[in-house]
Design a protein. Sequence first.
Length: 184
Amino acid sequence: MAESGSTFLVVDDDDVFCGVLTRALERRGCTVTAARSVPEARQALERQVPDFAVIDLRIGSDSGLTLVHEIAQRSPRTSTVVLTGYGSIATAVEAIKLGAVHYLTKPVEVDEILAALKKGVPAESAPPPPPAAQPQPLSVRRAEWEHIQRVLSDHAGNISAAARALGIHRRTLQRKLRKRPVRR
């Protein structure tokens, strides 16, 4: 769990969100390095490997998943949370595979981020989770969203290539991506 004195790397191209999150963490006694781009984040990592990292999935035209992988390779002790406004199962699974401890959909509060980091730290005496109830099948709209996100991820975020793979026009795909994902 993030405690006073912990070091954070916050990477988000949204200046307002990055500033708010940075100030909220600093008020809790943490030392925060903020980066607005992938190259800026890499420079920060050269100077200091943080205890925790909060990384946006899309940083300008770059993918935050590359940073998740680099941080996991450089320092396995660093707990990383991925934030996104475009949540999907495909990108969540990819983030976890690359080393993130949690994946959260924006808008998100600092307390939710800290709780996710706490969940990412394994507890020795934690009881096993209760058996899951029978999951509801995804709606057609949600299944479409998941499929689009998977194809977009397979094509490294390239909308034109993803549109060709899906067999739809690029502008149609852009319109679909602007919509918020449905819950179920």
